[in-house]
Design a binder for this molecule. Structure first.
Ligand code: 5GP
Length: 191
């Protein structure tokens, strides 16, 4: 998606530990007009797939998922992060290792909001090692719902999470794939 790639090249900063900072339009200040275009693009890519629900994880995925949901006309369910899962009988839960904070946390979704009839599109802001998507897939599988695929805004291709999940059969559509990033700059696939 050219508009997104242009914004990354213009505004992103490379922080230590392979973290791309895009706080000016995605992770702190949010450019909702850009989110609208991102949502439209995810809809173009997945509109034939009978999506009934969009699933994301708090916090940065929520805004993007909401704009996409306007196009799909389906609800958004966001997995909540918590240190330890309580009320385990009422929720699906799994453990995820945080890329940006380097620690383990649980994500939970109430059983009431995921059903075996659901056809799920996962949406997230970043794909790095694939732990977040792996955890969300686990919740969808626990609910015996159908995982259609994942829409990712920025994939850091050099970290390999996307390759691994694709090899396992997950359909992943990333709107910008970073091939390389360091103090000398950022290289985006197709640029
Ligand atoms: P993964 O679980 O694939 O290793 O990492 C994905 C999650 O970590 C995303 O939900 C995102 O919140 C966060 N993340 C991973 N890499 C980056 C990055 O370079 N920049 C930012 N802002 N978040 C990232």
């Amino acid at each position: 998606m050219q508009q997104l790639k242009d914004r990354i090249l213009k505004e992103a900063a490379v922080a230590s530990g392979h973290v791309l900072k895009v706080d000016s339009f995605l992770n702190h200040q949010m450019d909702v007009a850009l989110f609208y275009e991102i949502g439209k693009e995810f809809h173009r890519l997945f509109k034939q797939d009978g999506i009934t629900k969009i699933v994301t994880v708090e916090a940065s995925g929520i805004g993007i998922a909401c704009l996409a949901a306007l196009f799909f006309k389906v609800p958004v369910v966001f997995a909540k992060k918590q240190k330890t899962a309580n009320l385990v009988e009422d929720v699906y839960t799994t453990s995820v290792s945080s890329f940006t904070h380097g620690k383990l946390y649980d994500i939970v979704i109430s059983k009431e909001f995921l059903n075996p009839e659901d056809r799920i599109l996962l949406i997230d802001d970043f794909l790095a090692n694939g732990c977040a998507l792996n955890g969300l897939r686990d919740l969808v599988e626990q609910a015996e719902a159908t995982l259609v695929g994942a829409g990712i805004v920025i994939e850091k291709g050099f970290q390999g999470g996307g390759d691994q999940l694709r090899a396992e059969g997950m359909r992943i559509e990333s709107l910008a794939v970073i091939e390389k990033m360091d103090k000398d700059g950022i290289v985006i696939s197709g640029e």
